[in-house]
Design a protein around this ligand. Structure first.
Ligand SMILES: [Zn+2]
Length: 276
């Protein structure tokens, strides 16, 4: 009997993707081109109840763009979505478009910073992959839902619903009814879409991804969870994308979220005293 492989841990998947990106960056022929690479993380979907379909191998496509620029600081950005116009062989799949910038004259000295920022960025995107789309994990409750035709879609949206529930418990602060809280959540999502940095970082879809991304970077750098979190929010203030006051509000929410979802995360005493 063919043994079913367990899904890779998000940590293993991220480490593999980061190693692949670094091997591409180090290649002597790799100048400032745009790479397009399949990263097969061997994702075996967890079976869901109520479907006769065989779980197929699902993948994510990593589209990497490397920007080497004199004087550039190490920086990375990414976005996740369902694959658009790709060969049917690779469907269904999810796509992570990831860009990295650095100054080539800083190599190999800047590699440590490149790997650190990649750990944060890749893990952040993997959290999005686990929340929504073809690779999303079923949430803890996988009971078929009566009256719902697309059982898979419903079961794969449970993880995200779980975050919504946790947000209400942590942040509504006795803030009235479910309807009022929903309205507040919708306003945050709307404002995040229009590009307001504070609302983007604490929105229902982003906050968990940011928290886990900071933890991945912190583990790689062997620092406490709050070090990359404080640096990131400070960089947003320096870039005038949020005020100091907004940054304090974001930090408070992120620290509360980290304590709730990663009990093992190490957080410095100063940060706990100041923001929790
Ligand atoms: Zn994100």
């Amino acid at each position: 009997m063919k043994q079913r492989q367990p899904p890779p841990s998000p940590h293993a998947a991220a480490t593999r993707a980061v190693a692949l990106i670094i091997s591409l960056i180090k290649r002597p022929t790799a100048k400032s081109e745009r790479y397009r690479r399949w990263v097969d993380i061997g994702w075996q979907p967890i079976p869901f109840k109520g479907s006769s379909q065989q779980p197929e191998q699902r993948r994510f496509l990593l589209k990497l763009s490397v920007h080497r620029r004199a004087g550039a600081e190490v920086d990375a950005w990414a976005d996740t979505g369902e694959c658009g116009s790709v060969s049917a062989v690779f469907r269904p799949c999810m796509e992570v478009a990831l860009g990295i910038t650095f100054d080539p004259s800083d190599l190999p000295g800047c590699l440590h910073s490149v790997v650190a920022v990649l750990h944060q960025t890749v893990r952040h995107e993997i959290e999005h992959l686990m929340d929504e789309g073809f690779l999303a994990l079923p949430g803890p409750s996988r009971r078929p839902r009566r009256g719902t035709t697309d059982q898979e879609q419903w079961q794969r949206s449970v993880r995200l619903s779980h975050w919504y529930g946790l947000r209400r418990r942590l942040f509504s602060g006795g803030f009235g009814t479910l309807r009022k809280w929903d309205r507040k959540e919708r306003a945050i999502t709307e404002s995040a879409r229009s590009g307001k940095c504070i609302d983007y970082m604490v929105s229902a879809r982003e906050m968990h991804a940011f928290t886990m991304g900071f933890q991945a970077e912190a583990k790689y750098r062997r620092v406490t969870w709050d070090v990359p979190m404080l640096e990131y929010t400070e960089s947003m203030v320096n870039a005038e994308r949020m005020t100091q006051q907004e940054s304090d509000a974001v930090r408070t929410m992120l620290v509360r979220w980290a304590v709730a979802v990663i009990p093992s995360a190490r957080i410095s005493e100063q940060t706990v005293a100041r923001y929790l």
